[in-house]
Design a protein around this ligand. Structure first.
Ligand code: UDP
Length: 325
């Protein structure tokens, strides 16, 4: 019998890549997703496989008996809307998912006595006053702002993890994820890479918020999944561990790259009002991931953007075909 792996949020952009890896590794894979922002299409290639199981469920509510009855070998918790457009659409629900949801997940890990990978975020650093951000930096977060449902939700989720670890020895593996992109991103999540590439492919204007001099660092999804695998299989490391690509780009750099990637695009770069509470810069210090996990990103931004663009282009083409039928 294959070992059972549970993936919360497995129908989302990142969760579906974790699901692919778990299927390739030969596990008996249980995906739980509310389908609030996850998409069934992300998993359609596994439907019907005897080792693949799917349950639609919101983790802010207690797990149903069919999940509580199982003993898992590993748990991956990626269940939360992660883009500002999505997490701000239902901010109270976002906090409940982060806090109640993570509590339910930690109880499951306690019952299975198995490692649980928790996806935290670079958002715990808020608008950082330390650059780049090491794990020891406590952050600069506005606890009443429009991003706080996610930022403070994830900070509280981390607090819960460490208390379950201290009080009950739960094998927590906390990853702090920096901006990640790749195939299967939602087109409508308002994020920089999905917005800019889709705009360039459609010949629409590329929308830079503010002056374009804010920075972010961008990692390709496969690098992140490799980092998850090393962390969840580490015998003792609880984290938090930053997982991100330290190469830093301005928003305007990215807009120009998107233009260049689609030769002949009619897209022009336009400047719109800055987003509220938008962090000015973000770049991971990955010293800990390198030393503890032997991990660092291997896929260049040029390569990763090409792979992403190819999948976006084919998805857009099939949407157009469906629309014209
Ligand atoms: N951004 C932008 N235009 C867009 C989408 C995003 O200028 O169409 C900017 C956004 O204001 C931020 C950066 O790109 O400064 C990254 O935004 P994203 O939402 O991708 O990630 P996050 O803010 O969560 O790091």
């Amino acid at each position: 019998m294959a070992l059972k792996v549970l993936i919360l949020g497995g129908a989302g952009f990142l969760g579906s890549h974790v699901t692919d890896r778990a299927m390739r590794e030969g596990f008996d894979v249980y995906v739980v997703d509310s389908l609030q922002t996850g998409r069934p299409e992300n998993l359609s290639h596994h439907v019907g496989h005897p080792r693949f199981h799917f349950l639609q469920h919101n983790i802010a509510n207690p797990f149903p008996p069919q999940i509580l009855a199982l003993k898992f070998h590993q748990i991956f918790h990626l269940a939360c809307p992660a883009s500002p457009v999505h997490y701000q659409a239902d901010p109270i629900g976002t906090t409940m998912t982060c806090v109640n949801g993570t509590n339910h997940v930690l109880q499951l890990a306690l019952a299975s006595d198995c490692p649980v990978l928790i996806t935290s975020t670079s958002e715990v650093y808020g608008d950082p006053e330390v650059h780049p951000q090491p794990e020891g930096y406590w952050g600069n977060v506005n606890c009443t702002g429009i991003r706080s449902c996610y930022d403070e939700g994830k900070r509280c989720a981390e607090a819960l993890c460490f208390d379950y670890n201290r009080l009950h020895n739960v094998k927590i593996r906390v990853a702090r994820i920096f901006n990640t992109y790749g195939p299967r991103m939602c087109f409508n999540d308002g994020r920089i890479i999905s917005n800019f590439l889709v705009q360039a492919l459609r010949g629409e204007d590329i929308t830079v918020y503010g002056t374009g001099d804010y920075t972010r660092s961008f990692q390709y999804c496969d690098d992140l999944v490799e980092g998850f695998w090393r962390l969840v299989n580490h015998p003792t490391e609880t984290g938090p561990v930053n997982l991100g690509n330290p190469e830093e780009y301005t928003v305007l750099d990215m807009a120009k790259k998107a233009q260049e990637l689609v030769p002949g695009t009619a897209s022009k770069i336009i400047f719109l009002p800055a987003a509220k509470d938008d962090p000015k810069q973000r770049k991971p210090d990955i010293t800990k991931a390198k030393s503890v996990l032997g991990w660092e990103p291997t896929i260049t931004v040029a390569d990763g953007l090409q792979r992403t663009l190819a999948e976006f282009a084919s998805r857009l083409a099939s949407e157009t075909t469906v629309a014209s039928k």
